[in-house]
Design a protein around this ligand. Structure first.
Ligand code: NAD
Length: 478
């Protein structure tokens, strides 16, 4: 077991905390569009906050009882999260940039932060976790969590949250725009006009109404796309490894080969897995309809790009849109050359091809949704102990506490035989209203609500559980 044991003592909170954080607006409105977005958000009011009931508050063991939870937000986290966290009474400190390991350790230690919010550039290493015992929770305000040592965090009793699906709608809308743009050869015409070339053609340009969209991977994005495509008069078929109930009139097709031969547009929405690597290569392209279109907004390795180039140059494919690549530049700039991917210039020379720099999920709305989702997860964990949506913890939640005099025990512990026997022997004399525990690998997490306890009893429970052999982290909230 690495990392110090974490305990957080109890305090009777007299200050009720806000339970319905308001979704904040996007950054300053520079366009009427973003202004109307903000107005919509204001009109819809608060983000639905699933955890109702009595507001619970954790306090530091040796700190001032009314000292607010301290949260450090790095990398310019969206205002939706900042406002939501501040509305809880937390002390929120913001920095625009990422911090290197040693700077991060110094900053977190100096500020006694319980929570840190990052995006993709800040690395939370095992060293950071070991050196900052005050840390309880990490919020990754992005899709991935590769930048965090998840195992080290779990073993130190630190829950990690992210936002894997907040940008699904943004991706689905981009695909819709690509379907129309490809079938009208829009990008080629727009490029020609910029070069001063008037090329008024209708040959090879089609309406999308009545055409068949084939979706590979009917998950969060694929299913949203299905609904939008049907609204434009398209027929939708989909292929997925699991049977999924269709939305609208979409139809699931059992074999990929059958599927490929039926679709006018094939759009890929599968995760990157060994079995999806080069899932669409020369053999699959040959099975597609002549003059079909191929769209990849999933992951770069799902398509064999040299096979796509052959398909476009031979005329087998009438067009393609690619947002993701096997290797992508680390920074913006003129970095998408042959040094990165050997076929880059050949790809760029293909007709009716839309290339975009992995922007499928990059919208103001997605950033705002990510802020609200991860912000809510931090609040639920800090205030109520809920780990719903955690990536490195078992997901445990309890119904809200309604009445005074009930305390919630949040106990992260080693997943070892006999732990529950110890916990129950400590709680046995009390009225345990509800209790739930689950495990994930080496780590287990227990929530228990204990009714009719006074402050002295709460402290006794806390000390007994926090001092038990398998304890990793213990908090008591009320
Ligand atoms: N371009 C972008 O900016 C962007 C943004 C967000 C997500 N993405 C990517 O989009 C993809 C889909 O995301 P999602 O949120 O819809 O994921 P999801 O997990 O909700 O859905 C994926 C679907 O693919 C299916 N699937 C898995 N393996 C399959 C296989 N071999 N054949 C057929 N179906 C298979 C799954 O059963 C699931 O239904 C992911 O690769 C994700 O990384 C890209």
């Amino acid at each position: 077991m690495s990392g110090p044991q974490r305990r957080q003592s109890v305090s009777l909170s007299t200050q009720p905390l806000a339970v319905s954080p308001v979704l904040a607006t996007s950054p300053p409105a520079f366009s009427s569009f973003s202004a109307s977005y903000e107005a919509r958000q204001r009109a819809t009011g608060a983000v639905p906050f699933p955890q109702q009931g009595k507001a619970l508050a954790p306090f530091k063991e040796d700190g001032d009882r009314d000292e607010p939870v301290r949260i450090l937000l790095l990398e310019n986290i969206n205002v939706s999260a900042v406002d939501m966290l501040k509305a809880q009474g937390y002390h929120v400190e913001e920095q625009k940039k990422a911090l290197a390991e040693d700077e991060l350790i110094a900053k977190l230690k100096e500020g006694g932060f319980s929570a840190v919010g990052i995006r993709s550039k800040t690395k939370i290493t095992a060293k950071v976790i070991q050196e900052v015992p005050s840390l309880l929770v990490i919020g990754c305000f992005c899709i991935g969590t590769n930048q965090v040592d998840l195992l080290a965090a779990a073993r130190a009793g630190i829950a990690v949250f992210n936002s894997p699906f907040s940008n699904s709608r943004s991706v689905a809308e981009l695909v819709i725009s690509e379907i129309v743009a490809l079938s009208r050869q829009l990008c080629d015409r727009a490029r020609e006009m910029r070069e001063g070339i008037w090329n008024k053609v209708s040959k090879g340009c089609w309406e999308v109404r009545g055409k068949t969209l084939g979706i590979v991977g009917y998950g969060h994005i694929g299913s949203q796309l299905s609904v939008l495509a049907e609204a434009m008069g398209m027929s939708v078929i989909y292929y997925d490894v699991i049977p999924i109930m269709p939305l609208g009139s979409a139809k699931q097709v059992e074999s990929l080969d059958d599927f490929l031969g039926q679709a006018d547009f094939v759009s890929l929405h599968v995760p990157e897995l060994p079995e999806t690597t080069n899932m669409i290569r020369a053999e699959q392209i040959s099975k597609m309809k002549d003059g079909a279109y191929l769209i990849n907004n999933a992951r770069g390795k799902v398509i064999d790009i040299p096979a796509l180039i052959d398909g476009l140059k031979s005329g087998k494919l009438a067009g393609a849109a690619v947002d993701v690549f096997p290797s992508e530049p680390a920074a913006n700039g003129p970095n998408f050359g042959d040094a990165l991917n050997a076929w880059s210039s050949e790809l760029r020379s293909c007709p009716n091809l839309i290339l975009t720099p992995h922007i499928g999920g990059s919208t103001e709305e997605a950033q705002s949704m990510i802020g609200a989702e991860v912000g809510s997860a931090l609040i639920r964990y800090l205030n109520y102990g809920s780990t719903l949506g955690a990536v490195n913890f078992p997901e445990v939640n309890l119904r809200p506490i309604i009445h005074d005099g009930t305390v919630r025990l949040c106990h992260v512990h080693l997943n070892q035989p006999g732990v529950l026997k110890v916990v129950n022997s400590i709680l046995g004399e009390h009225n345990v209203e509800k209790q739930f525990s689950d495990s994930k690998g080496d780590i287990a997490y227990l929530l228990a609500d204990i009714a009719n306890v006074d402050e002295k009893e709460i402290k006794e429970i806390y000390e007994a559980i926090g001092g038990s052999r398998a304890n990793i982290a213990t908090r008591m909230l009320f």
